[in-house]
Design a protein around this ligand. Sequence first.
Ligand code: GLV
Length: 310
Amino acid sequence: MARIVTTFPLPDAALELLHPIGAVAGPEGWRDALADAEALLCLLTDRVDAELLGRAPRLRIVANAVVGYEHVDRDACRARGITVTNTPDVLTDATADLAMALILAAARGLPRAERSLRAGEFHGWGFWDYLGAELGGRTLGIFGMGRIGRAVARRAAPFGMRVIYHSRARLPAEDEAAVGAEWVDFGGLMARSDVLSLHAPLTPATRHVIDAAALRRMRPGAFLVNTARGPLVDEAALVDALRDGPLAGAGLDVYEHEPRIHPGLLELPNVVLLPHIGSATRETRTRMAVLAARNVHAVLTGQPPLTPVP
Ligand code: GLV
C-alpha cells in the first residue's frame, strides 16, 4: 500500500478516494511521515522546496490543493521526476464572487459604514451620509485574464461596467466578445480603470507589477482590488497611493507578507481587508481537496494526472 501524506485535514470524499490505494498520514506529524511517502497533498502555506523534497526520497506527486503554485519548487520536482498538480476551475466562481464582493464593498465603503453603525454613530437616515461610488458606467480593468479574470468580467457586465483587460496573452476575438472585454496595453489599463482587479499568478514577471510608478498612472478616485497574490502589489506604495492619492480605496484579500498586514493598511479607513478567503466556501474547499486526491489517485494508479501544472 502506498503511503500518502497530507498537510491538512481531508474531507471524507477525498479520504474515500485515497483509502483503497494507500494509507493516509497527517496532518499530525506529516513532515516525519514524508520519509516513505509517495504522494503529498499540500497547501499554499507549505513551502515545497529542495530541503522538503530531500526528506521524501520516494515521492511521486505533489498534489497542491490550491490553484497557485509559486510555493512549489517545480524545477526541483522536475529534476526528481515528481508530478506537480493544482486545482484550477473548481475555485473560479468562489474567487470571482469574492472579487465582486470586494469591488462592491470598497466602492460603497461597507466596512466604514458598518464600523460607524457599531460605534453608535448611526442616528437615522441622512441624505448626504455614507456616500459611495457607483459601478454602473465605470470601467473595470482586469489584470490577468485567465479563468478567474474572465469570471469576474462576466459578473461585472450586469452591473453596467465596461470591461478592459491586460494579460500576458490576448484572448482570441471570440473569447473577448464572449466576456465583453477589450484588450489594452498595461499603460492603458492603469490610465483607464476606475476599478482595477488583479487576477494574475505570482511569477518573477508579475511581482510588484503594481508599483509606485504604476499606481501614479491610475485615475484619481480609482479602486484597487486584489484577490490574486499579495506580492503583485508593492504594499508600501499602495499605502502611499491610498493616503495621498490617486486611489480612493482598495479591497484586499491577499498581502505581500502574509499573514503580516502592512501597518499602514490597518490604519486606513478606505480599505477593505479580508483574511485570504477567496476560495473559502465549504463547497469549493471540498472540491479542491477532492481534485487534489483525484490527482494522487491518478498518479499512484499509473494514470496521467488530471490537472498538472506546466
Ligand atoms: C488560493 O489562494 C489558491 O491559490 O488556490
